[in-house]
Design a protein around this ligand. Sequence first.
Ligand code: BJW
Length: 222
Amino acid sequence: MRIAVLTGAGISAESGLDTFRATDGLWERHRIEDVATPQAFARDPALVHAFYNARRARAAAAQPNPAHHALVDLARRHDLTLITQNVDDLHERASQPDVIHMHGRLSRALCADCGHRWNAPAVMSADDACPRCTAHAARPGIVWFGEMPYHMERIWDALERADLFAAIGTSGNVYPAAGFAQHAGRAGAECIELNLEDSANARDFDRRIQGPASVTVPEWVA
Ligand code: BJW
């Protein structure tokens, strides 16, 4: 069976990483306009780096949970395309092969001048020089609002070929990811949501499984 899975912040919540839209989530404590847009980075790169340096440190200290491990098992038994909106590396550290990071990765740096990418140090600063063009314009390799998510051609193709689409731990508020269930469903896939509660696009799913991902994902995969 061909399966496409989309994961969001909820799958890493039980590893101790903050989600965005919970009442005590990241967007309660930081304004999107201050830390997650190209304009914010142009205005105050130090503030943006501080936000991502702190998240890089927390992600490095976190461990994959049973939901991450269950998806590795799923990949052993099926033709799985794993798409994540998460910028942590918990899928990789669970030994998941071939993870598509549509919103980038904390572990990557990107030159705001020439577009070159390299491995980010634990602590980044806007003074870091690009190893290719030497401009002092190092930014986190993250997709901010108004920027084009990565690997979209490969993702649309996987959604169109999937027999089954599952969204795990994502609130369905951010596009294009929030449109994936509708896209896969129209192309013929059965769509399943695994979440603590109904997402904003819950009506696009044929089936919804409620509960913590560390319990529901291993049960669903078994
Ligand atoms: C659990 C759990 C447990 C908790 N077990 N579950 C108007 C209409 C439509 C679209 C737009 C519009 N205006 C602007 C747009 C486009 C915009 C957008 O969607 N805006 C909306 C807010 C309306 N999108 C973009 O700009 C994107 N780019 C784009 O569209 O490009 C097109 C383009 C065209 C032409 C020119 C240029 C571009 C880019 C979006 C980038 C998103 N970036 C962020 C931050 C950067 C990454 C980072 O810092 O980490 O990505 S925003 C943030 O939200 C982050 C996440 O990846 C993303 C999704 O969040 P997620 O994962 O869903 O987390 P939460 O917190 O929302 O939800 C957690 C869920 O888990 C909840 O449901 C819980 O219940 C659940 N849960 N514990 C199971 N234990």
